[in-house]
Design a protein around this ligand. Structure first.
Ligand SMILES: Nc1nc2c(c(=O)[nH]1)N[C@H]1C(S)=C(S)[C@@H](COP(=O)(O)O)O[C@H]1N2
Ligand SMILES: [Mo]
Length: 191
């Protein structure tokens, strides 16, 4: 089983690379339209039941990588914080709060959307969102924000880092071609 780096997966940190990140002292604050706001530390996070899905991360810059992603389904988080009915969106913030993005809750609850911490059984490295990132295989990769420190359940859509800079708010795949990183970057039709 290979690492993301073995496939030469591009490393995107538009706000600047974060450097070393301390997994053991990691915390995610969960706020917004919920009954029980909490701060989950690393120990809390890894005790939450996890699942593994085979799915693709695909960038609007036209590359795609498939593998086994392991992490927490958003419904597990919802159970802990008791999400209110008014909540319609999930907003996430990366380490340093410079990068954020928002997705529809219906997509957040889809089978393969995860707060992912492993790829092909290996912990994510800093380059790829250590210790935990959003992974949304249904939308362009800019929705898969890395190194998550805050999750907010909201009823208003707020434009994120790349959306404010011109990428679509919905991030729905467009027909075209991508470089398949699992196949040496061979150019293939997508989706
Ligand atoms: N914090 C943060 N998360 C981010 C980005 C970023 O620049 N900063 N880039 C996004 C984009 S555009 C893509 S395609 C994927 C790429 O994931 P990778 O860097 O792990 O390959 O991360 C997304 N998450
Ligand atoms: Mo991207």
């Amino acid at each position: 089983m290979k690492y993301l780096s073995d496939y030469n997966t591009p490393i995107f940190w538009a706000e600047g690379h974060p450097g070393l990140l301390d997994k053991e002292n990691w915390k995610i604050e969960i706020t917004g339209l919920i009954e029980k706001p909490v701060i989950l530390n690393w120990k809390d996070l890894i005790e939450i039941p996890s699942k593994t899905v085979k799915a693709r991360l695909t960038s609007v810059t036209r590359w795609s990588i498939e593998g086994e992603w392991t992490g927490i389904h958003i419904s597990e988080i919802s159970k802990i914080v008791k999400v209110k009915d008014e909540a319609k969106f999930l907003r996430v913030f990366s380490y340093r709060y410079l990068y954020d993005t928002t997705i529809d809750l219906n997509i957040a609850y889809k089978e393969k959307t995860l707060l992912a911490y492993k790829f092909n059984g290996y912990d994510l490295t800093e380059d790829y969102g250590r210790p935990i990132r959003l992974f949304v295989p249904y939308l362009w990769g800019y929705k898969s924000a890395k190194s998550i420190v805050k999750i907010e359940f909201t009823n208003v859509y707020i434009s994120g880092y790349w959306e404010k800079r011109g990428y679509t708010e919905h991030a729905i795949f467009e027909q075209g071609f991508v470089r398949d990183l699992n196949d040496n970057g061979k150019i293939k039709p997508f989706p």
